[in-house]
Structures are given as structure tokens and as C-alpha cells.
Write a protein that binds this ligand. Structure first.
Ligand SMILES: Nc1ncnc2c1ncn2[C@@H]1O[C@H](COP(=O)(O)OP(=O)(O)OP(=O)(O)O)[C@@H](O)[C@H]1O
Length: 306
């Protein structure tokens, strides 16, 4: 199969992974179209690393399948076109930065030295420094350089920004978006930095309780919801609205609601921010799942029963 734009960058069908303590991920089916910058969000222990690890061929599924541009994760095609940045950012501590880049060049036929060097130079990390002597953020930058230098079709990033300062996070997000735009590459980035995702990502996959609860284009998912502000918990919500989650105190509440019909903004109703959408679904792990047509394996209607 070729890397046609119509072939999803990631497709999972009935994907599940069980550990001795139970299911980390179960019965998960979704598609991520190619060329997207996708946020993968969910509470601690939701199954994000498990999903990324199956995509990176570090662990095998217990049930179902996962394909990357139509290829199995362990295949030559998938290995050559995928870069994975793990939470641990395994880099050889005794290697110098320049040696890490040389290793990247020798291992990857698609290596782009200029891209890798520009990431290092932008952080003024000395090329002759040993990786073990770098700060956490500097080492993360080297790991980013190694991943970006490979010019992968698919970048899998497991909480890559946690130890970067806010300016560098912006810079890295800009680089990832530019790579996706320029080369049509796909980025999947797990993150707890929800407030920063709105500007960084155009696609969202939210995992909770071991399965996908939301998946699709950020703008389409936002358009399916409203944020009701300043009302009281007992007040009925308008017809056609389904309450996902309510927060607040006696002074007033704010509810995330799902609606299938477009309603104009008024004093008490407005479009939610991405952060409000994500927080609402984190507060309501049993809310019915919502996948936009591009995220659905069967391409059909979007609402899946809880
Ligand atoms: N090697 C393992 N052995 C046993 N259980 C595991 C293993 N790896 C993960 N799990 C369990 O699977 C579940 C999902 O873990 P996972 O690391 O995928 O979550 P996560 O969403 O990445 O969490 P976090 O946001 O905390 O990084 C958790 O309950 C975790 O304890």
C-alpha cells in the first residue's frame, strides 16, 4: 500500500492491550488522517503511552490491529517513516551532541542534517557537549533534533514538552506545525498541557478509561458543543442539549453541553475553548464517545454509545 493522502496515518480496529492488572486500552477503533498535528490527551493511566507504544512497535496488541499508513508497525516501511520520542528520551549519556546527530545520519536514509542542526543551534546547545551533562530541557531538544532530522512521515511524541520552558515549547510547536505543513507529515503528541494545545494542534484524540472518547478535527468537535455559563445546577438546559459535565460552586455553574444543532452565541451560551472541551470530558469519563466522520473507521455517523 502507498502513502496516499487517503490512507490514514494511523488506523486502529478493535485495538486492545491487557497487562496482568487489567486492560490498559480496550476495543479502540479510530483513524487519524495524514498531515494532522494531533493532541493525544487523557488523565494519568488512561492508556496514551500504551497506544503510542503499540504504534511504535514497542509492545504488541492483545486484541485488534493498528496500522501506520496501511503498514504494520514492525514493517520496514513503518520503521523507516516513523519517529518515536518516549517520555524517557533514551539518549546515550556519554555521546556528544554531534555524535548523536552522526548516529542519526548513519541510521536514517532520509536524514536531513540541516533540520537537526537548526533545532540544536536555536537552543545554543554546544555540539561538543556530552548528553549526560545537559539540562533536562537541552536533552529534550537533542531528542527532538534526532526525531526531526529523520524527516519522518509520522512523529509519535509521548509528553515531549514537559521539561521545556514556555518559550521553547512554543518554538517546538511552531517547528512541528511547519514540518506537518511543508512535508505533509503527521504528528501525534500526548500532553497534559491542555491550555497550550489550542494553538498547537488541529486534531484531537481523547482517551479515558482505556478507550477513545473524543476523536476528530478540533474545530468540528468544538462546533458540536456549547459552554453554558452563569446558570444554576438545577436549571434545565435547553432542548437538544446534552450535559457532559458541570463545574462551579453555589455562585454559579458552567456546563459543557453537546448539541447537534448550531445555535448562535448569546449571553449564557458560547463556544467552548479546547481546554473547556477537554476538561469536560476528563470530568465525565462515561460520557458517550464522539468521533467525527474522518476519525471513524466506518466513516459513518459520529456518536457511539458509552
Ligand atoms: N508494563 C506495564 N505493566 C503493567 N501495567 C501497565 C504497564 N504499562 C502500563 N500499565 C498500566 O496501563 C494503564 C495505562 O498506562 P499508560 O502508561 O498507557 O497511561 P498514560 O495515559 O500514558 O498515563 P500518564 O498520563 O500517567 O503517562 C495504567 O493503569 C498502567 O498502570
Amino acid at each position: 500500500m502507498t502513502d496516499s493522502p487517503n490512507v490514514p496515518a494511523i488506523e486502529t480496529v478493535g485495538l486492545g492491550r491487557r497487562y496482568r492488572r487489567g486492560w490498559a486500552l480496550r476495543d479502540t477503533s479510530f483513524r487519524l488522517p495524514a498531515g494532522r498535528v494531533c493532541a493525544l490527551v487523557g488523565p494519568n493511566g488512561a492508556g496514551k503511552t500504551t497506544l503510542l507504544s503499540m504504534a511504535a512497535d514497542l509492545i504488541t496488541p492483545t486484541t485488534g490491529t493498528i496500522t501506520l499508513s496501511g503498514h504494520r508497525p514492525g514493517s520496514v516501511q513503518a520503521r523507516q517513516s516513523t519517529a518515536f520520542l518516549s517520555q524517557q528520551k533514551a539518549l546515550y549519556p556519554r555521546f556528544r551532541v554531534s555524535e548523536i546527530l552522526r548516529m542519526g545520519r548513519e541510521l536514517n536514509p532520509t536524514w536531513h542534517q540541516e533540520t537537526a542542526e537548526s533545532v540544536i543551534d536555536a537552543g545554543q546547545v554546544p555540539m561538543n557537549a556530552r548528553v549526560g551533562t545537559l539540562s533536562g530541557g537541552q536533552a529534550t531538544r537533542v531528542a527532538f533534533a534526532l526525531a526531526l532530522g529523520k524527516r519522518p512521515r509520522l512523529m509519535l511524541l509521548d509528553e515531549p514538552m514537559a521539561d521545556l520552558d514556555p518559550l521553547v515549547r512554543h518554538q517546538m510547536n511552531d517547528i512541528l506545525q511547519a514540518e506537518a505543513r511543508r512535508h505533509g507529515s503527521t504528528v501525534v503528541m500526548s500532553s497534559h498541557l491542555v491550555s497550550e494545545l489550542e494553538s498547537a494542534c488541529d486534531y484531537l484524540v481523547l482517551v479515558n478509561n482505556g478507550t477513545v472518547r473524543l476523536a476528530g478535527e478540533v474545530d468540528l468537535l468544538l462546533a458540536e458543543h456549547r459552554q453554558l455559563t452563569g446558570h444554576h445546577r438545577q436549571e434545565p438546559v435547553p432542548d437538544g442539549y446534552q450535559v457532559i459535565a458541570t463545574s462551579g460552586d453555589e455562585g454559579g455553574h458552567s456546563s459543557l453541553v453537546r448539541t447537534s444543532h448550531a445555535s448562535p452565541p448569546d449571553a449564557g451560551h458560547r463556544a467552548p475553548t479546547l481546554e473547556e472541551l477537554v476538561l469536560g470530558y476528563l470530568r465525565a469519563p462515561d460520557a458517550p464517545a464522539l468521533l467525527t466522520p474522518s476519525a471513524r473507521v466506518d466513516g459513518g455517523m459520529e456518536v457511539v454509545a458509552a
